[in-house]
Design a protein. Structure first.
Length: 430
């Protein structure tokens, strides 16, 4: 069993982008080589700026290569909650941005010829208790009437044509959500950024950031310093102590995934005959999808603990039990991959992006709350426009980070095990 992400292990080998001399200056320095950073570098370089991206490990080694490889429509909070917070017009604008984000990913795969198995396979949002089924019909009407988003309600009996299990009590089908091979997408986007003129420096962590008196910044790295007029902080859940202001505004949650041995085409047709993506509507939910080579990927929170080799193995054992409860026919199937990673959540469960207060020229986009594949890519494009003097390009404008509700919080989420126990109890009781 490999303790590395399936998506990175089965993608074409990436070139070594480490060991290069860092230039003395650039127009833009991007900190972080995940999808946010790569997309920012790509779109900014295409505008003619000199862009340097620094990454402490390899591109895609953080959350961008460790996720469920789903590219789904829908906002990070419910449509009803968005409307309650922001009003109908603003909620619709946000919802449209999340929907457009999937289109942006698809456009990039086409314009840059990125072969990453992008497929609008559709997403099933399934409920696990019969009393939750009527809520799907209400959500369907809300999405259609107020957000222009057409979905299909499937009863438990209708769902049997989509899933080889009776575990769920219905689902909402969004036919336009997509799956892709995120490892191939990350690699393709890095190549595209370099073709556009961006420089990528791997294994060269940013260690400090200083505002210069005459404007711009001095970015300190492990292998030298570089001056830049603008800086993009694209580190999300992997933000370290070099940027404490951002770090304390995120809750970093472990997410874990197992991937089975190849099951063969006939067997996966019994499990998920139409190749849908599956997400369970629970407080502590799970997500399921087929891989391009006919394996089953099964992910979820499993344990409210950080990701490390020992934690990943324990979480993988929990996920296998849950997987076989849902699909008993997979009992005895070999697990070939298990891994974990960190997901950045904001305190209000909405991504945040913009120009940092009091630090003109310092931009950020973080807190994707599990919707990072599409939103990180989309927000990289938006930040490139913001840096070019177009603040209206930011769909998250005006949504400031909320006040941190935990005194003396410094980015270490010591309270997560207690919160996890609470939400698991809610799933059992309600």
């Amino acid at each position: 069993m490999k303790q590395i992400p399936y998506w990175l292990d089965t993608a074409p080998a990436l070139p070594d982008r480490s060991g290069k001399d860092l230039p003395d200056e650039a127009d833009v320095v991007v900190i972080g080589g995940g999808l946010t950073g790569l997309s920012t570098a790509y779109h900014t370089a295409r505008k003619g700026a000199r862009v340097v991206l620094v990454e402490k490990d390899k591109v895609g080694s953080g959350a961008s290569g460790r996720n469920g490889s789903m590219c789904t429509q829908g906002i990070t909070i419910s449509p009803a909650e968005a409307r309650k917070r922001y009003g109908q017009e603003r909620a619709r604008e946000l919802y449209d941005a999340f929907r457009e984000a999937v289109d942006v990913v698809e456009e990039l795969t086409l314009t840059e010829n990125i072969d990453c198995d992008f497929n609008r396979s559709g997403r099933l949002g399934a409920v696990c208790k019969p009393q939750h089924f009527q809520g799907l019909r209400a959500k369907q009407r809300d999405l259609a009437d107020n957000f222009g988003h057409e979905t299909v309600v499937l009863s438990k009996s209708e769902l049997r044509a989509e899933l080889g299990t009776d575990y769920y009590h219905g689902a909402l089908l969004d036919p336009l959500s997509a799956g892709l091979h995120v490892g191939k997408f990350v690699g393709g986007l890095a190549d595209a950024a370099e073709r556009a003129g961006a420089e990528i420096h791997e294994r060269n962590a940013a260690t400090g950031l200083t505002r210069l008196p005459g404007g711009g910044f001095l970015v300190e790295t492990l292998h030298g310093t570089i001056r830049a007029q603008q800086v993009m902080a694209a580190t999300d859940a992997y933000t370290d102590k070099s940027m404490p202001w951002f770090r304390k505004r995120l809750i970093n949650v472990g997410s874990f995934i197992i991937v089975t041995e190849p099951l063969g085409e006939a067997r996966v047709k019994e499990l998920i005959p139409n190749g849908r993506l599956l997400v369970a509507h629970k407080n502590v939910g799970h997500y399921v999808r087929l891989t391009p080579d006919n394996r089953l990927a099964f992910g979820g929170r499993a344990r409210f603990a950080p990701s490390n080799p020992a934690s990943d193995i324990k979480s993988g054992d929990i996920l296998k039990v849950e997987m076989t409860e849902i699909f008993p026919q997979l009992a005895g199937v070999r697990i070939d991959y298990v891994w974990g990673g960190m997901v950045g959540f904001s305190w209000d469960r909405i991504p945040h992006a913009g120009e940092a207060d009091g630090a003109k020229g310092l931009y950020y986009s973080m807190g994707y709350c599990g919707h990072g594949v599409q939103m990180a890519t989309y927000m990289g494009r938006a930040v490139a426009e913001m840096m070019d003097g177009k603040p209206q390009a930011n769909p998250l404008r005006g949504l400031d980070f909320p006040k941190v509700p935990v005194p003396f919080y410094n980015g270490t989420a010591w309270f997560l095990p207690f919160g996890g126990a609470y939400y698991k109890a809610k799933d059992k009781l309600l």
